[in-house]
Design a protein around this ligand. Structure first.
Ligand SMILES: [Zn+2]
Length: 512
């Protein structure tokens, strides 16, 4: 067994194309490691296992003195009395370029880790953790073993992000699991969008009753993310989507229960009323409060997608493109003063009648498309291209991403569940100097969609092909999810696996 591990594998990213991880087809039950440690070199041999227990010394070669302490603390958390000893020293391993690069090796003499930053040491630790299995032949775990291996690894895109939606229906444990799992898959940012769930102190009316995103909870999650290597970024829908609820439900997180705040919104409630100075004041208050709770991250997402034409008499008086541009520009300048670059969705910046964008997501008009010329260039454009007509479509060219790059913006690509397009999109972003990738998850953060979104997007952003599916149980994802559960000390059945229930509650009553 484990032919993948027993045969030395040396893969180069250049020219790899769509080649699956060598040997995966013949032996799909082999290695539980994602994203694959590439581009580059990964050689391993499970037929020559190396002890990984309290007698093992792990040498850490990193200029950041805190890295060895971080590793030691996390080995203690993961392995208890069997944790290997961590020492600082020279590892003599060759690193790829970049701040997040790492190299690691395991042989009879011990384990070595080399990196330029704590971030690199974290990624090395997560790769090692995925490769370490319990020693064979005992009743309970008595130390672990690693294959003999050497690897040198680095991400392709610098900004690798998951976008999470905190709907009222989502358990707080699920959000924490999603953040922790993102880290293990080597994403380095998580955007957390409040769907009426952020409990503001200045504007408590802005959320549903009993909102779970309290200050304490947000600060706790941000601290967990910081420790694990993912920076949490807040999101506020600052233009359209102001209902902060899925359009198909017709709910409104404010107006359904607090009609007195009607002047802040366009009639109907979908857009904020941009001519009302109270709108800017409220949004600024929320921005300040959120940035503080999130621990002053370097970015904030302002939404701005799928807005509608104005219907109130004040907003209709001015050219709407000009008004929207002024609104976003003012907010972006304000967030910058508070240390955070603004990110926005791209779709209102493209005229839906422009033939150049045929087949691509575009929701704007001629008026709002002027944003592409007039917004300040330090706003990061998040180009979501989901291929609504054919989610299985594989594209190679991304004219909208190229368009925003030509206009001088940093651009992030967002493929959601357009799985075949993820790798080509990531490669295109790397080619044109794109900023990174955001994997949006929306209301699909469960089941196989969750598995595919996380696995495939993490691999694409890292610059590696996702491994092929295993025949019965996707143990690669399951193993990672189980690690998350152990780290959270999960005791509730609902917080295991990628679905709450194996069969729907009531199923036995209804069907037997
Ligand atoms: Zn208005």
């Amino acid at each position: 067994m484990n032919k993948i591990l027993s045969s030395a594998v040396v893969l180069c990213f250049a020219g790899l194309g769509s080649v699956a991880f060598a040997g995966n087809e013949a032996n799909p039950d082999a290695i539980e490691l994602a994203p694959l440690p590439m581009p580059v070199e990964f050689k391993s041999d499970m037929d020559k296992p190396v002890a990984f227990d309290s007698a093992t010394t792990v040498t850490v070669d990193c200029p950041d003195a805190a890295a060895a302490d971080w590793l030691s603390a996390h080995f203690a958390e993961w392995y208890g009395k069997d944790a290997p000893k961590v020492v600082r020293g020279s590892a003599g391993l060759t690193l790829k370029d970049g701040e997040e690069a790492y190299a690691a090796s395991s042989e009879a003499g011990g384990v070595k880790v080399s990196a330029r930053t704590l971030a690199g040491v974290r990624w090395a630790a997560y790769s090692i953790r995925q490769l370490a299995i319990a020693k064979r032949g005992t009743f309970k775990t008595e130390g672990r073993i690693l294959p003999a291996f050497s690897m040198s690894d680095a991400p392709m895109l610098p900004f690798r992000c998951v976008h999470l939606c905190w709907f009222p229906e989502i358990r707080k444990e699920q959000i924490e699991r999603a953040i922790r799992l993102a880290a293990l898959l080597k994403f380095n940012y998580v955007i957390l969008e409040s769907w009426g769930m952020y409990k503001s102190e200045r504007h408590p009316w802005w959320s549903w009753p009993d909102a779970k995103m309290t200050k304490d909870e947000v600060r706790r999650l941000a601290a967990i993310g910081r420790d694990l290597g993912v920076t949490l970024i807040p999101q506020i829908p600052a233009y359209g989507h102001a209902a902060a609820a899925r359009a198909c439900t017709q709910k409104h997180s404010v107006l359904d229960l607090h009609p007195e705040y009607e002047p802040l919104y366009e009639p109907g409630g979908w857009n904020w009323c941009l001519t009302n100075p109270e709108t800017q004041r409220v949004l600024r208050d929320l921005i300040v409060e959120m940035l503080e709770d999130f621990g002053h991250p370097p970015y904030i997402h302002l939404g701005c997608d799928e807005a509608q034409p104005p219907t109130c008499p004040e907003c209709r008086k001015r050219p709407y493109g000009e008004l929207v541009c002024e609104h976003i520009t003012n907010l972006a300048a304000f967030t910058k003063q508070h240390g955070a670059r603004a990110m926005i969705w791209h779709d209102m910046m493209l005229d839906r009648d422009d033939p150049r964008w045929e087949g691509f997501v575009k929701c704007g008009s001629k008026l709002t498309a002027t944003l592409a010329d007039n917004l300040p260039k330090d706003v990061i454009v998040c180009d979501w291209q989901y291929s609504y007509k054919n989610m299985k479509e594989a594209r190679k060219d991304w004219p909208t991403i190229a368009h925003f790059r030509e206009k001088g913006f940093d651009v992030v690509g967002c493929p959601w569940m357009n799985f075949n397009a993820m790798k080509p999109m990531a490669d295109f972003l790397a080619k044109v100097g794109g900023f990174g990738m955001i994997e949006t998850t929306w209301h699909h953060l469960r089941g196989k969609d969750w598995v595919n979104m996380y696995r495939r997007a993490s691999s694409a952003a890292w610059g590696t092909p996702a491994r092929g599916a295993t025949p019965h149980c996707d143990t690669e994802f399951a193993t990672l999810l189980r690690m998350v559960g152990h780290d959270m000390k999960t005791t509730d059945y609902l917080d295991t696996g990628h679905l709450n229930y194996q069969v729907p509650p009531g199923w036995w009553v209804d069907n037997n």
